[in-house]
Design a protein around this ligand. Structure first.
Ligand code: SF4
Length: 690
């Protein structure tokens, strides 16, 4: 549409924010073919709101002079610009050689949770058909894979059950666990604050004194890694006080007796000791949540990124099942997905266990269904997760890797080991917007397109599929990302071609039952579509599990508490948790290319820092702003002390936003046993003055 903007004639193009999973709608304001501003649009999840990243940092990076413009091949240790045809032929030749010599399972591909559903669908198809392996994954592995696995097992579907509007409007209480919402999902954070202003009682469960504590009735500042004990304690109180919803339990769940037997032992006093909180708080929180008519449970990575992360997620559904708060408005179990399209990357089958739409490799008939649709024989074996691929590369079992829009050196725990793993590969391709630390290790670097130069869709945290619209022309000489994958597959002997992103979505709709009614035409509706959307008459599903759970009955899982796999000791006496903050985003690939945003972050948060408690700082003679050395069993880094009361004594917090002092140098790579997600929240470290 056209409108008068300031003094200029401008046009706008509505698209979806490329940062967090909230899925805010943005109007990109264009003058003379360049984006000059970004304004909030009235999307269903953001109601004309944007946070600082969407408002100021969502377009400059795409017009940055740092963009890669040509394919690069490393020759004699130096990157040389080459033509697309040379790059594609070389990639196809090298992957084919490795496949022939070591077998298809020596290859792997990582998808991009920031890119579109259509790109990710084609990427996983390339890996499964041309590479011949199911070693394909996305960055959900290091964040919400436990939600996909955990809720998948207990409810039958691993996604948020309700919608953002529903869980922040007209609710009586909100149970918020392990989510620093105002910084990680700021526009949802605003809506939680608004719900509180309208009378909702907020219960915050978080080891840190996060901003939303100010708006809460109760703050359970438990020790990191003790969620399961707390939930078992709350369930103990609910059962003892007769607050369980026995009708719901009898009609819609199974294995209640097992959970009842387990939690009998989790008295508030015992749990208080494990969690380091007052037993009365556990009773109050249990009563407040159970007695509220409408009360959503909202959680984030403080639940998933643990040694027992998948069990922690199943604890969330245990609690909601116990009080019958599922399948109803204003309730549900609601994981807030991190990146703009990490929900979509999972939905599209960028996962070693599932074909698109969570159709499991080991379910009879699924492999055959995709063999028929894609016209080729497929590998029937479950693949490796990204957290298994990297060590396998270090051991020489994975030989060739294609990384689309990921930077594991910066994002994955134990940086030194990740470097070793990448060095050990025989062939690495990185497909990126910019030269990254990981790309420096590549044999071939391919230039990619930003979301502002492509058509497609993102799926936000509430399962809402929304349009991504090209606002500017693709950078000269850079191909559509899905064209790159089809050309590599074709050169490896599996012919593939699509004329448009819309055509790819049509194929997805044919093969994925929950996307059966999705098409670009229907997505012109400003509300998008929430899956499951089974056919063209289906308006989509705002609330899941209304009549029955996706798996039939809701399954209680009796889960005892276990301490984290790495605990503090005399040498490493502090527990470090890592996370993100408001102004920066993950590797800062986008936000660091936005002038002024680092300054806006404010003193102390414009560079690497470690939050520590005043008590420990006094003991160690450390003052706020001092340089400190942080070490773990994996490595050592230097950073600045940020001293205060935000973390508990003997606890610490860091981000991984800054290359100089990246928390991942020391972070803990131990994973949970089911989803294989690393424990970013409990890592034993030492802190000392420099
Ligand atoms: Fe973008 Fe998330 Fe901010 Fe919305 S809340 S503008 S989706 S980063």
């Amino acid at each position: 549409n056209h409108k008068s903007y300031r003094k200029w004639e401008t046009t706008t193009v509505q698209t979806t924010c490329p940062y967090c999973g909230t899925g805010c709608q943005i109007d990109m304001v264009l003058k003379d073919g360049k984006i000059v501003d970004a304004e909030p649009a009235n999307g269903p999840a953001n109601k004309n709101l944007l946070c600082v990243k969407g408002r100021f940092a969502a377009f400059n990076f795409a017009q940055s002079k740092d963009r890669l413009t040509k394919p690069l091949i490393k020759k004699n240790g130096k990157f040389e610009k080459v033509s697309w045809s040379e790059a594609i032929d070389y990639i196809a030749k090298r992957f084919t050689e490795l496949k022939t010599k070591y077998g298809p399972d020596s290859l792997a591909g990582f998808a991009c949770s920031r890119s579109t559903n259509e790109d990710d669908y084609v990427l996983q198809k390339m890996v499964r058909t041309a590479f011949g392996t199911n070693n394909v994954d996305n960055c959900a592995r290091v964040c919400h894979a436990p939600s996909v696995h955990g809720l998948g097992m207990t409810l039958g579907s691993g996604a948020m059950t309700n919608t953002i509007k529903d869980i922040t409007t007209d609710v009586d209480a909100i149970l918020l666990i392990g989510s620093n919402t105002t910084e990680a999902h700021p526009v949802i954070g605003v809506q939680i604050r608004s719900a509180v202003q309208h009378g909702a009682k907020l219960i915050v469960v978080d080891p840190r004194n996060i901003d939303l504590v100010k708006n809460s009735k109760l703050h359970l500042q438990l020790k990191a890694g003790t969620n399961i004990a707390l939930i078992n304690g709350m369930m103990h109180v609910i059962i003892e006080e007769g607050l369980a919803d026995m009708n719901f339990i009898e009609q819609r769940t199974e294995d209640f007796d097992k959970i009842k037997a387990l939690v009998a032992d989790y008295t508030p006093e015992k749990v208080a000791e494990i969690c380091g909180i007052d037993a009365n708080l556990i009773v109050e929180a249990a009563e407040m949540y159970a007695k509220a008519k409408k009360a959503p449970l909202i959680y984030c990575l403080g639940v998933t990124e643990h040694s027992y992360g998948t069990e922690g997620v199943m604890s969330m559904s245990n609690l909601a099942l116990l009080v019958g708060k599922l399948g109803k408005p204003g309730c549900g179990v609601n994981p807030l997905r991190g990146q703009n399209n990490v929900q979509g990357a999972c939905d599209m089958g960028c996962d070693p266990f599932d074909f698109p739409g969570y159709q499991k490799l080991n379910t009879p008939g699924v492999v055959e269904k995709f063999e028929e649709a894609w016209g080729t024989k497929l590998n029937p074996n479950v693949g490796k997760t990204s957290t298994q691929v990297m060590p396998a590369a270090g051991e020489g079992k994975i030989k060739g890797l294609f990384i689309f829009g990921e930077d594991p050196i910066v994002t994955d725990p134990d940086t030194n080991e990740v470097r070793h793993d990448l060095e050990n590969l025989e062939f690495l391709v990185v497909h990126e917007l910019f030269m990254t630390e990981t790309a420096e290790y590549a044999d071939v670097v391919l230039p990619g397109l930003s979301y502002l130069e492509k058509d497609g869709t993102f799926t936000n945290t509430e399962r809402r599929i929304q349009r991504v619209r090209a606002a500017i022309k693709p950078l000269s000489g850079v191909k559509q990302d899905y064209d790159v994958f089809t050309e590599i597959a074709t050169a490896m002997g599996y012919p593939m071609h699509y004329n448009s992103a819309s055509e790819i979505m049509d194929e997805i709709a044919q093969l994925v039952p929950t996307f059966g009614g999705v098409s670009f035409d229907r997505l012109e509706n400003p509300n998008g579509l929430q899956w499951p959307c089974l056919d063209v008459h289906d308006p989509g599903t705002p609330i899941m599990h209304v009549h029955e759970f996706t798996r039939g009955k809701g399954l209680f899982m009796a889960l005892p508490y276990h301490p984290a796999k790495e605990l503090p000791d005399d040498k490493y006496p502090f527990v470090l948790s890592t996370g993100r903050e408001l102004y920066h985003y993950n590797t800062r690939a986008y936000s660091e290319r936005t002038e002024g945003i680092t300054e806006l972050a404010g003193l102390g948060r414009d560079k690497s820092y470690i939050e520590m408690n005043q008590v420990n700082a006094d003991e160690l003679g450390i003052k706020d702003g001092d340089r400190v050395r942080v070490s773990s069993r994996r490595g050592t880094l230097e950073t600045y002390a940020n001293v205060g009361q935000r973390v508990l004594p003997d606890a610490a917090f860091m981000t991984f936003h800054f290359p100089d002092g990246n928390a991942n140098i020391v972070a803990n790579p131990m994973t949970d046993d089911i989803a294989r997600c690393p424990d970013y929240k409990v890592c034993a470290i030492n802190i000392e003055p420099v």
